[in-house]
Design a protein around this ligand. Structure first.
Ligand code: AMO
Length: 454
């Protein structure tokens, strides 16, 4: 049946259907609470219809809730004629409540089905989504984003976002357990930290302001009082390039710590990711099965200096001038050399932001690192400049006006300790851990040049 005809007939069916209200019905079980041991118990469940199948005088409804699926079995003759009629008009995605009796049955999900006594139709789905819940061939991400909230009902999407939630929980738990203090810094700022080109300007009362590109300067300031801080929050970049790895708004996992340098922070980042992989691969075994991806335990992360990378690239036939950034062709060559996690360390100072410390006073090399996963940059960080004089010099070298950073520079006069930190792109980490090649797949409502809605 073509989509349009289907939608028309569904509309017709819905016209004379009276919607019920929630009233005093309250859920007794989620699908995850059900088991054959509950045989004979009364139950009220809610959810949306994942599928409905009519077989002779029996209708099977698979009801989805946040945790999984429940089978509702409606037999003509065992339910009232009125209820049987009502069920015949139900459509996929319709939201219902079911009151009935649980019956153990080995073939149903969780080994139990519900024999309904009453069904409430709470919201009738008049539209047939272009995405099949179980289909292998998916419409393009752009098409699916048009009704993202519905697209997220697909079991594979549910699994991906359950993994997202568990990765987030594991990151936070790891950092709290290791003595980091969670902070929140302003998202409306007065001056750029990560290069002027990628800023979103906005009007802040009568002044020009910007959406923050990263919590960089604030997290540095906060180590004065808290020593070890982290923040998990949004960062905004007016990215000019449309790629599979860039969003205009992403979640950044930021860490900053006093009395350490970039080597300690690389150890920290490596240990954090290994711990997260360990936790999540156990907790989300079913979800990884659903998305068809195997998360392998990680080996030690190799550390290549920028100079070593140039040599590796030369072996692969890519010649770069010292100081040049690594473009996508060179990153693809690197991914062939190492498809897993590895660090690139000791970048040319000229390619890193003003707050990254040079290796020594006049060095062209900086104490910096990028964490890569194949060709994907997952995190970057380094030892920070902790002297006000040097920071002013670095600002000028980068063509920035120290006056715009006066609020930041003055803090350095009060004994700023040596410190280091990193920022990790949360969605990029998820891409690496779930084998997704498009960052939009692991983002609820992606923002990019073409998507300001939904
Ligand atoms: P950087 O600009 O390298 O460093 O950003 C840190 C990490 O954030 C992720 N990322 C992005 N993810 C999705 N879409 C984007 N447009 C995007 N831009 C960046 C990447 C990247 O490695 N303040 C420093 C970090 C630090 O030194 O602490 C910073 O922001 O995974």
């Amino acid at each position: 049946m073509c989509g349009l005809t289907h939608t028309k007939s569904v509309r017709r069916r819905s016209l004379d259907l009276r919607l019920d209200t929630l009233g005093d019905w309250r859920r007794t079980h989620y699908s995850s609470d059900l088991s054959p041991q509950l045989d004979g118990k009364e139950s009220i469940v809610f959810g949306w219809i994942a599928s409905i199948r009519h077989q002779g005088n029996i209708t099977f409804i698979i009801l989805a809730d946040k945790d999984g699926f429940t089978q509702i079995t409606v037999k003509r003759g065992e339910v009232s004629d009125e209820l049987y009629e009502k069920v015949q008009r139900l459509t996929a995605h319709t939201s219902i409540g079911v009151k009935g009796v649980l019956r153990a049955i080995s073939k149903a999900p969780k080994g139990v089905e519900i024999l309904p006594k009453e069904i409430k139709i709470l919201s009738f789905a008049t539209q047939n989504p272009p995405t099949s819940l179980y289909g292998r061939r998916l419409p393009s991400i752009d098409k699916r984003l048009e009704i993202r909230a519905v697209d997220l009902r697909r079991p594979a999407a549910q699994a991906l976002f359950k993994i997202r939630q568990e990765v987030l929980k594991a990151l936070r738990a790891y950092l709290l357990d290791n003595g980091y203090h969670e902070v929140h810094t302003p998202k409306i700022i007065s001056s750029a930290t990560e290069g002027g080109a990628a800023l979103f300007p906005m009007l802040y009362y009568d002044k020009e302001a910007f959406l923050t590109q990263s919590p960089q300067l604030y997290k540095e300031q906060l180590v004065m009082a808290f020593e070890k801080v982290f923040e998990i929050g949004p960062a905004f970049r007016a990215e000019q390039s449309r790629t599979l790895e860039h969003l205009s708004e992403f979640i950044s996992v930021d860490i900053e710590e006093a009395y350490v340098d970039y080597r300690d922070l690389m150890d920290r980042l490596e240990s954090m990711i290994k711990w997260v992989v360990n936790v999540v691969s156990k907790k989300c075994a079913n979800e990884f099965k659903t998305i068809g991806y195997k998360l392998e335990p990680l080996q030690g992360f190799k550390r290549y200096t920028y100079d070593e990378v140039l040599n590796i690239l030369a072996e692969h036939g890519c010649r770069l001038e010292w100081g040049e950034d690594l473009g996508s062709a060179t990153l693809n060559a690197l991914a062939k050399h190492n498809p897993s996690f590895y660090f690139i360390v000791d970048w040319p100072a000229q390619s890193k932001p003003f707050y990254i410390a040079p290796k020594d006073k006049n060095s062209k090399i900086s104490e910096s690192f990028d964490l890569m996963y194949g060709s994907l940059e997952v995190a970057s960080g380094g030892t920070r400049v902790s002297s006000r004089k040097l920071l002013e010099k670095r600002l000028k070298e980068k063509g920035l006006n120290p006056k715009s950073f006066a609020y930041h520079l003055k803090i350095f006069d009060y004994g700023m300790p040596p410190h280091a930190g990193f920022g990790l792109g949360f969605e990029r980490l998820l891409m690496a851990l779930t084998g997704q090649s498009n960052i939009r797949e692991v983002t609820y409502f992606p923002r990019d040049q073409r998507h300001l809605t939904p």
